[in-house]
Unconditional design. Structure first.
Length: 318
């Protein structure tokens, strides 16, 4: 990928990051990266803190229990016991049938000789002594206070950038599909195909597309094995933030919250700074509105080509 700076023309709604004297892509990218780093250095937002506090109430169920939940209620998303729902300010609706799972029973095994020993003897470590049936309920079976959610309030006028982005995907032989089955993911990158959750606003969808395109460009070849999930999600979301900000999309703390949800931080972002800058520059060059000369075509001039390395299909969920 070329890191050569390219001039960005003013979109229909001028970005606050563009001055009257048009900035280069390099300037815009540097400014937007700096803004994202500042958000990360400020720590977790109130929305992310509330979300993590709520999610801490939910258990990580065993594979067997996940299968049991899916068999009894295939549409289940957030599942918990009645006590947990009460703590979160929600109540199980009258007449709802619980989902049966198995809960471990922890105890201490003792033989007769140990029972005869005095209290001063060393305590035995707890051991698994069996399982018992318990009942849990999906969030759809409850009512009450809303669960905290991460902000998805991405706003802004995408303008003609969406069409230019879709043309780039087609030129790179990256298929685009819309499927509700990927929920709660907003998008998934499969290597040669991007699947988007339908129903997003124009700005949200554009941001998701940029995130998944970043995965396609960076994380489906040899570099995938050289990076961790944390690094990949930090890079993809940082690129979505930088590009979105450059064309006038505002997402508040959504990108910083997403990165921190995957345990990313400002230091990790700084380590990937070069690849974030280079990939953002390529995408912004694709989104650049053609000049009048380019629109009408000049003899001997060829449109710039931006190639994505051919990759093995691997799913990357956003």
């Amino acid at each position: 990928m070329s890191s050569t700076a390219a001039t960005i023309s003013h979109p229909v709604q001028p970005s606050p990051y563009q001055s009257k004297q048009r900035q280069t892509a390099k300037d815009v990218i540097a400014e937007n990266v700096k803004a994202l780093i500042a958000q990360l250095e400020a720590g977790k937002s109130d929305a992310l803190t509330a979300y993590l506090d709520a999610m801490a109430h939910f258990h990580n169920y065993s594979f067997g229990n996940i299968l049991a939940i899916a068999r009894q209620k295939p549409t289940a998303t957030n599942v918990a016991g009645m006590y947990t729902w009460n703590q979160l300010g929600r109540r199980v609706k009258k007449g709802e049938k619980g989902i049966q799972i198995l809960a471990p029973m922890i105890g201490v095994r003792r033989n007769k000789q140990e029972e005869a020993e005095q209290d001063g003897a060393e305590k035995k470590a707890p051991v698994l002594v069996g399982f018992r049936a318990v009942y849990v309920f999906d969030v759809s079976q409850t009512e009450g206070a809303d669960l905290p959610e991460l902000s998805q309030n991405v706003t802004g006028d995408v303008g003609g950038n969406r069409d230019r982005l879709l043309s780039f995907l087609a030129a790179q032989n990256i298929a685009l599909e819309y499927k509700e089955s990927i929920a709660p993911a907003m998008g998934v990158s499969y290597g040669g195909k991007i699947v988007i959750l339908p129903g997003q606003s124009e700005a949200e969808e554009f941001s998701t597309l940029i995130h998944e395109l970043a995965h396609e460009m960076l994380h489906k070849a040899d570099r995938r094995t050289a990076t961790t999930k944390v690094v990949r999600e930090t890079e993809a979301e940082a690129i979505a933030f930088v590009v979105g900000k450059a064309i006038g999309i505002e997402g508040g703390s959504a990108s910083a919250d997403y990165i921190q949800l995957y345990h990313g931080n400002a230091a990790l972002l700084a380590e990937s700074l070069e690849v974030i800058q280079q990939t953002s520059a390529v995408i912004l060059a694709v989104l650049q509105e053609p000049s009048p000369e380019e629109s009408h075509g000049q003899p001997g001039d060829a449109a710039p080509q931006h190639e994505v390395e051919e990759q093995e299909p691997v799913a990357e969920v956003a």
